[in-house]
Design a protein around this ligand. Sequence first.
Ligand code: GLN
Length: 533
Amino acid sequence: MPRATKYIFVTGGVLSGLGKGITAASIANLLKARGLRVNLQKCDPYLNVDAGTLNPREHGECFVTRDGAETDLDLGHYERFIDEELTSASSLMNGRVFLRVIEDERAGKYQGEDVQIVPHLTAAIQKFIQDAGAGFDVHIVEIGGTVGDIESQSFIEAIRELGMRVGLENCLYVHVVYLPYLGASKETKTKPAQNAVRDLRGLGISPNILVGRSEEPTNPGAKAKLSLFSGVAEEAIALLPNAPSIYQVPLTLEETGIANVICKQLGLTTKQPDLSDWARMVNHALGKHKHQITVGVVAKYLDNQDTYMSVFEALRAGAWANDADIAIEWIDAESIEKAEDVASVLKGIDGIVVPGGFGTRGLEGKIAAAQYALEHKVPYLGICLGLQMGVIAAARNAGVTGATTEELSPKSKHLVISTMAGQAGKENTGGTMRLGDYPCKIQAGSSVAKLYGTTAIIERHRHRYECNNEYRDQYESWGIRPAGLSPDGNLVEIIEATNHPFFVASQFHPEFKSRPNRAHPMFRGFIASLLQK
Ligand code: GLN
């Protein structure tokens, strides 16, 4: 008989942005290293049904799972930290729960009962959690937001009830709290953390484990004090000062011994963890590198690192794989549009990335950047929108004036990027795109075939528009070729320029499958091309 699933619930106190996602992912990493089968799930208090319609500028990147769920960026951390591909079951937004409950109510499933947050909504949450955890040794559930927020109360109540239902010996509550440092008295303060523990207890949950986040290493007595006043044993408190790299966190956590405490409390006997590969990757990432490169990311959102989280992580992994330090510079797409001289905006940049994006703002600047890259043989990596901009750039450079995309100018004559006849889902709302895994056949002999070392790949998509096949026979004269197609040959999935050191773009998002210790071939190849100059 399979072992019953054990649950670890990760909540946050004091303030948001403490790195609960990284903490949850790191615990998962340490448990997987002990040979356990681990799943993760992010519960978000938003009333959106999924993250597809959230503004990436505020909420950060929309991460896409292989089965096409549009999710919170924490799932990206989860995948990178446990090196597994997760599914839609790992992402639960409150809107989805409400939708389920209301649909059930309309379908008459409540048989005349008054439908309430408690017990109906909380029961629905528990079902989503248990379904996601089924078949795993440990299921780690991160609750978004801060304990005490109105929005997340139903989730907190649901995990409290779940503990009662499956038995507290099968559950562990991890509370991530903040330990501020007061410069005036040169002291780590524990009071906000004590209060945060009290808030959680007030809702009926006694934390088993505390993770104390701080910007600097804490004062020596801080842990004992936090333990005494929060009633959590010292051995069950892990202190996590800011790390030089997020990938350092599992190693720091392991040193605190917290993973052993977690296993002991859950009654899990495991093998000793083997973290040597991970430690090697972190040492290499943080160590000295032979090369130094600067990559320009042409974007319209410039003020939130999280917007292109997976792209940045994939670029870093690509750099480490090439023994290079990478500086990532934002380039404002609109400033390229306005510039008299594109070269001046791109000064000091070794290579250009045009990542995914939606909407019309900044598109002309991205096209101009791609045109510049083609003309001046600057390495270019295009991702999704970046491919579309690359095709338009090639067409325009070859004299097809007015070449554009339906997204920018639907009535134009030369829509080299468009929705194709018969394609479903043209509305600009959630859930109407080509999403998730699709197979792609790479053309033998292409430079991409060399990068991948195979011609059959599967990659994740998230887009509405496609290369317009009416123009495909002109690609050669534009200096590009389709280097990857859908297996039926109908959709262009990858293009590359024919006479260029590295001009490669994909309709899919390779960044989602990149790992810190296994850089994605497209990113590794892109960075390698920068070193060849
Ligand atoms: N906006 C483009 C489309 O919908 C590109 C999407 C993307 O880059 N993810 O096709």
